[in-house]
Each structure stands twice: as structure tokens, then as C-alpha cells.
Design a protein around this ligand. Structure first.
Ligand code: BGC
Length: 753
């Protein structure tokens, strides 16, 4: 049933006809009455219901909704945790019981239900997905959706109705400590995968965020740094990833970032919040701040911030008494406060938080969720090298030596607010840092135990790798050596360089020197360099593989699963190839202001490498399989104004496998920020000898340049090349050309007549 504007006006006029219902109060000592009325009518849309409910609210009630209280036992600056916040949570917002507006319980993040550190209560054990970068490496849309649905179900069962997931900061800086929470360097891949994760989370009738808005590309100096990036460059890169994710996932909330963008703090940036997000893209949900990212009342409120998060982290309760006063004296219009509240209510209606209240203590099917995480981890793994078919390992292999990275007991995860406390507890105790952004957590999924399970007759020995010479001596006598190497990064903790830490490069070189049948398994937050690459037989990038990581690794190593991950980000050969060979800022002096000049604009990742003619260690989109694939019949045509592409993919080998066919597009006469862009992809499962026909449509924004002045996407008329490739560096790509007519689109990508 749809409501006309007149019916809505009548309904609003009738707000006082609400009915009082005695409800069961959470605290029996304080019974309250829930007023129901036209806003309770599920046939109305979220805009109508939120408008009706807003009209019922007092100023005090409105002001409660626009501020959240930090939820963990860590109590900054002598503040006290709100007594109703759930243990180890990110925040709590007081609801309005008399109107049925629920309390909001907020938890991080995109890998699973996190446990904020320094808790007095027993930590929550939850299922962890592989890192966000790992999920992006699957290039499998279904897995992104399923993973989101799984962690959202755990959030709901834990009593949370807001999940602070949806991290999609584009990987501009391969040393960024939070790359593992994000989805790589390409706007289409990252935006699509994160958007689907958000959709999966919200399918549980809870809100997911999309974060961090925007250009929060490194952790060093994140509270103060000024990210300088021109509008057109941003709209075709960082902002485009966020825009795609918003369109696909329809998040209830967007979290603004810590940093400044072109001189202004992101959470008080009129340009970012009001102009780009709400006006140009039409975002209808609410903007919440990051924790400690608010610096003002009037500027923030008038620029589009709708909710101050974890106010204890800011210098003041900017959206508390100060906002009340600002509204009273007219510095912030009453209509702006009403808009903040309406946006929050709208998100609660749109996602189902209002109609499907959460409760703590729901059942979690850990066994089923471990399998969801395992499927994701298995498809995330990228086989980077496999000479002489070292992998897959034969189950009859006699002597295997496993070395390093605590592979006897578990797999590493990334640090900071997204940290999930694993089912079964921490596999390794006592590692530093033990406090923020630590503790360093290894999930108890032992690669060694699962390798033994795959090769029950083999002699499998473990060495911790601390003594490289001793490890090499042990390796010399083995049929196969598996060296595990890892790199712990996290929030507030950028990688110091792209080299593996703790002398692991020397360990791998020593072991591979003693035995060329060495396969390296990398557990890293992002790209690393590999000075030993020529010496080893195989390399498998396993990222942070999550709760079932050890099992997933063993299944890929032994060929139970054919690897099908592809790099979601370029692996540089050296830091000197990067736009900023040295990371800007001073990690020892986090409050010293500085700016980072993103002069490369939209030329991020493979686009930068292409534009500069640089050869990376491994290109974006790269990954091997235990089988081989062939492409044929590439065709492209313009239908209904859109570029349609079709092609065939065949499995030419003797085992089943999944291929990620990538379509890149480029204007023949050049003129873009880079020689080519990813225009689309499909992942296809093929039996040996099987061929499938695939087709896709290229989003017109990927064929356009953004014109800041007119806020239009402009596709220039002319010849375009369409390439069918296995990765961004594929010199064997098939190519066809197609003629595109001139096309103009608005900021949302809709045709302008
Ligand atoms: C992080 C956010 C997170 C928030 C709440 C901040 O430090 O940047 O991503 O959601 O904390 O824990």
C-alpha cells in the first residue's frame, strides 16, 4: 500500500491520536507505556513512519538520539561507561521507551562481532571471517553477501542492532595498518564486495555502517592529517568505492573519518557530508562520527553530522548540552536537529530495527558459521607462484617440515577495534603489544594439525623458525617444506615497510637455500615484498584467514580446494615504486599536523603502475590455479546506451576450478587518469573441459570522467578498447574495440537528457 502526500499529511496531523499500550518494561521497577500510532503501521514507508514518529518526540528525546556513549570497560579521561552498554561494545545510544524507539547497541566491525579490549567481563567468543581484503580476493559476490549475513546474525544474537562494518577505504597506501579491514585498490571491486557485505549484515534487521568517509588512507597521524585530493580525482576513486558500496548495500549509516580532507575535518566537512553524500548521492540514512572525530558543535551539525559517537573520546559532549544551546540560540536550526533524528529513525525503520527488536542471548550455530568462514578463506587464497607443480601436495608425501608463524597452533588476525575474540580463545598468549591496538591474536585453527590430517601417513615436523640455521638444517631432509610467514598490522599501526618483519625474509631465504621444494604461506594484512621469490617453489597469499584459517590453508595446499583468489591490490616490487616511497607523518608524534598530498588523484594501485610504466611484483587481479583456463569469443556492443560484453571461458586442465575473468576498458585515444580501468568481472566454476558463456554490463561511470564544475559524469564519444584479461598485467588479453556515443550522467550515474 502506498500513501499519497495528502494521506501522509493527515496521518501527521493525527499524531496525537496515538494509542497508549502498557508494555513489559525492561526494568520492572520503572514501568512505562508505549505509545503506538500511525508510525507503527508497517504499510507506510520509512520516510513516512520516521516523520510521524519525529512529530511525537520532545526536545530531550531528540537530543538523546544524537549522541552515543562508549561501551567498553576502557573509560577514557575518567569517564564512566554507560551502565546499559553491552560489555566490550563500541557504543550505546539511549532509546525512547515510551515511543518504542529501542536502545541502540553498537559493535564493530567487518570481520565479525568484535570484542573491545581491556574488558573486565569475560570476552565474547565469536566467528571471524577472513580479513576484508581476503574476502575481496575471492572476487565472489555470493561469499561477500553470505559472510555479511553470518556476522550480522552473530551481532543480532549478541544483542547488537548496529554493526560498525562496511570499511571500504581504497588502498592508496599499501602500508596502511587497516588495509586488512578494507577491500583493496579498485573502486568497482571494493565497492561491490563491501556493499554486498553490508547487504548481508542488514538482512538481519540491523544497521550496518559504511566507513570511513573519506580518504582515511593511513593510520599514522589519522587524527590530524589533512588528505589533499582534488574533487574529480576523489569522485573517480575513493569516493566512487564508497558510492558503489552505498548503492549496493544501502547502509543505514555512514561513519565519517578522523582525518581532514582538503583542510576540513571529515566530520564537519560540508563538502563531504552535505554536498557529496546527502545531496549528490541522495543518502537518506544518518552520519555517525568515528570515535574521537568530532571537533565542534555548530560546524559539525550544520555540515551534516547526525550523531556524535562515543563522545567520551572527544574533547566535549558536542552533541549534548552544547547542541541544545546551539538550537536554542539559533546557531543550529531546529529543522537540522529534526533532520538528524529523522535520519536515524528512518534507518531504524528501513533496516527493520524497529519492527524486529534485538535481544541478547540468541543461539549461534558456531559449526555452521565456521564453514561460512572457511569457504570465504579458501576462495580468498591467492596462489602467486607454483613452479614445477610443487602444489598441490600429494597426500602420500613422506616427510613435511612446517616452519614459523605459530603455524603449530593458529593463524594471525589484524589488530584494533575490529578484533574478534575467537571461539576457543587465543592460540598464543603473552605477545606484545598486549594492549591497544593489541592484543596480538592468533585464532586457534592450527595449520599443522590440518596438514597432518591431510597427510596422515607423513612424518610432519614443526619448527618455530626463530633460529633460521636450525630451521634450514631440518628443512634439508624434507620432501616438502612449508614456511609460514606473517605480518601483524592493525588500527593505529601502519606497517613500517613492505618487508616481512622479524627477519622472516632471512628465514625463508635460508630454508629455501637448503631445500628448493619450499612453499611459502603468507599471512599478512596487505602486500609485502619477496626478496626470496626466485628461490622458493611456491607462494600462497592466505591474508588473515579467519576462524577456520588453518583448515582452509591445508585444504588448498593439498588440492582439496583449487585456489581461485585473485589479488585485490597490486604487490609492489619495492617502496620506491609508490607515489609516496616514504609514508608521510611521524608515528612517534601523532598529534603533529601534516598533510598528505594525493597528487596521483584517481590513479590508484594498478592505475598508477600502468600510468608510470612500472612492473610490480604481482599485478592487481593476479592469481594461479591448479588448472588452466582459456578465453574466446569476446564481443562487445552498445545496447540501450550501455556497454554489454560477452565472452567464453573454458577449463583446459584436468581438475575443476574457478576462474575470475576480468574486463578492462580504455579509450583508444587515452586521456584518463590511467591507461585502463576494471570495467567488470565474473567468477565462474568450471569442470575439466567445460566452457561457459558469460556476459556483463559496464557501469557507465567507469567509462566516464567526472567533471567537478557541472557535477556530471561525461563519456566522450569515440573508440574504446575492451580487454578480456586474467589480471591487470596480462599481455595476452583479448581485445575488441567498440564505438561509444557521447553520454552525460548526473552525480548518481543517471542519464541527463
Ligand atoms: C575506529 C572505527 C570503529 C570505532 C569504534 C574507531 O577507532 O576507527 O572504525 O568503528 O573506533 O570502535
Amino acid at each position: 500500500m502506498t500513501f499519497s502526500k495528502t494521506t501522509l499529511a493527515l496521518a501527521i496531523a493525527c499524531t496525537l491520536c496515538g494509542t497508549a499500550h502498557q508494555a513489559v518494561a525492561a526494568d520492572p521497577a520503572k514501568p512505562f507505556t508505549v505509545l503506538t500510532g500511525a508510525w507503527s503501521n508497517r504499510a507506510l514507508d520509512p520516510d513516512q513512519r520516521s516523520a510521524l514518529l519525529l512529530a511525537q518526540m520532545t526536545q530531550d528525546e531528540k537530543l538523546k538520539l544524537v549522541i552515543s556513549h562508549f561501551g567498553s570497560d576502557f573509560e577514557p579521561k575518567g569517564t564512566k561507561k554507560h551502565p546499559k552498554a553491552l560489555p566490550h561494545s563500541a557504543a550505546y545510544v539511549e532509546g525512547v521507551p515510551r515511543l518504542g524507539i529501542p536502545d541502540l547497541f553498537e559493535t564493530d566491525a567487518g570481520i565479525g562481532v568484535a570484542t573491545q579490549g581491556s574488558g573486565k567481563a569475560a570476552p565474547r567468543e565469536r566467528t571471524a571471517l577472513p580479513s576484508g581484503l581476503g574476502t575481496a580476493a575471492t572476487w565472489n559476490r555470493e561469499l561477500a553477501l553470505q559472510g555479511g549475513a553470518m556476522i550480522g546474525a552473530e551481532a543480532r544474537a549478541s544483542g547488537f542492532n548496529v554493526m560498525l562494518a562496511g570499511g571500504v577505504n581504497l588502498q592508496r597506501e599499501p602500508r596502511n595498518g587497516r588495509n586488512f579491514e578494507y577491500a583493496g585498490e579498485d573502486p568497482l571491486l571494493a565497492g561491490t564486495m563491501v556493499g554486498l557485505q553490508i547487504k548481508g549484515i542488514q538482512s538481519n534487521h540491523i544497521v550496518s555502517t559504511l566507513k570511513h568517509f573519506a580518504v582515511n588512507s593511513q593510520e599514522t597521524g589519522r587524527f590530524v592529517l589533512d588528505a589533499r585530493l582534488d574533487d574529480a580525482g576523489a569522485r573517480m576513486s575513493d569516493l566512487l568505492a564508497l558510492q558503489f558500496a552505498m548503492e549496493v548495500g544501502d547502509p543505514g549509516s555512514v561513519m565519517c573519518a578522523y582525518n581532514r580532507v582538503n583542510g576540513v575535518y571529515a566530520c564537519e566537512s560540508n563538502y563531504l557530508l552535505k554536498e557529496v553524500l546527502k545531496q549528490d548521492w541522495g543518502f537518506k540514512g544518518y552520519v555517525m562520527s568515528d570515535w574521537g572525530a568530532v571537533h565542534s558543535t555548530v560546524a559539525a551539525a550544520n555540515s551534516g553530522l547526525d550523531q556524535q559517537s562515543g563522545w567520551e573520546f572527544d574533547a566535549s559532549q558536542y552533541f549534548g548540552g552544547a547542541l541544545r544551546e546551539a538550537v536554542e540560540n539559533g546557531a543550529v536550526a531546529q529543522s537540522r536537529l529534526d533532520d538528524m533524528v529523522k535520519r536515524i529513525l528512518r534507518a531504524l525503520y528501513a533496516t527493520g530495527v524497529m519492527d524486529h527488536p534485538v535481544a541478547e542471548g540468541g543461539a549461534i550455530d558456531y559449526a555452521a558459521h565456521a564453514l561460512v568462514s572457511r569457504s570465504d578463506a579458501e576462495e580468498a587464497m591467492v596462489l602467486l607462484k607454483n613452479s614445477k607443480k610443487l602444489l598441490p601436495l600429494n597426500a602420500n608425501v613422506r616427510k613435511i617440515v612446517v616452519i614459523g608463524a605459530h603455524a603449530d597452533v593458529g593463524v594471525l588476525s589484524g589488530g584494533g577495534s575490529s578484533q574478534v575474540y575467537p571461539v576457543g580463545g587465543m592460540a598464543v598468549q603473552g605477545l606484545e603489544p598486549s594492549s591497544w591496538p593489541g592484543p596480538v591474536v592468533y585464532f586457534p585453527s592450527s595449520p599443522l594439525a590440518h596438514i597432518r590430517a591431510q597427510a596422515p601417513k607423513a612424518d610432519v615436523t614443526f619448527h618455530d623458525g626463530r633460529d633460521a640455521k636450525a630451521a634450514a638444517r631440518l628443512a634439508a631432509g624434507a620432501d616438502v617444506v612449508l614456511v609460514f610467514a606473517d605480518q601483524w598490522i592493525g588500527e593505529a599501526n601502519d606497517a613500517r615497510s613492505l618487508s616481512l618483519p622479524n627477519n622472516q625474509d632471512a628465514l625463508i631465504a635460508a630454508v629455501a637455500g637448503a631445500n628448493p621444494n619450499t612453499a611459502v604461506v603468507l599471512l599478512t594484512g596487505g602486500p609485502v615484498t619477496m626478496p626470496w621469490l626466485d628461490q622458493v617453489g611456491a607462494v600462497l597469499a592466505a591474508w588473515y584467514p579467519g576462524s577456520s584459517g588453518g583448515e582452509a590453508i591445508a585444504r588448498v595446499l593439498f588440492g582439496v580446494v583449487n585456489p581461485s583468489g585473485r589479488l585485490p591490490a597490486t604487490f609492489p616490487a619495492a617502496e620506491s615504486q609508490l607515489p609516496r616511497p616514504l609514508l608521510d607523518g611521524d608515528r612517534e608524534n601523532e598529534h603533529k599536523r601534516f598533510s598528505v598530498n594525493y597528487f596521483e588523484g584517481a590513479s590508484v594501485g594498478y592505475k598508477w603502475f600502468d600510468a608510470k610504466g612500472l612492473t610490480p611484483l604481482f599485478p592487481f587481479g593476479y592469481g594461479l590455479s591448479y588448472t588452466s583456463f582459456g578465453y574466446s569469443d569476446l564481443k562487445s556492443e552498445v545496447k540501450g546506451g550501455n556497454l554489454h560484453v560477452s565472452f567464453k571461458v573454458s577449463n583446459k586442465g584436468s581438475v575443476a576450478g574457478k576462474e575470475v575473468a576480468q574486463i578492462y576498458v580504455a579509450p583508444v585515444k587515452g586521456g584518463w587518469e590511467a591507461p585502463k580501468r576494471l570495467g567488470g568481472w565474473d567468477k565462474v566454476d568450471l569442470a575439466p573441459g567445460q566452457t561457459k558463456q558469460l556476459s556483463l554490463v559496464v557501469d557507465p561511470r567507469l567509462l566516464a570522467m567526472f567533471d567537478s564544475k557541472s557535477k556530471r559524469w561525461r563519456v566522450a564519444a569515440g573508440q574504446y578498447e575492451v580487454m578480456l584479461a586474467q589480471h591487470a598485467g596480462d599481455t595476452q588479453a583479448s581485445r575488441v574495440t567498440v564505438s561509444l556515443p557521447k553520454r552525460t550522467l548526473d552525480a548518481r550515474g543517471k542519464d541527463v537528457k
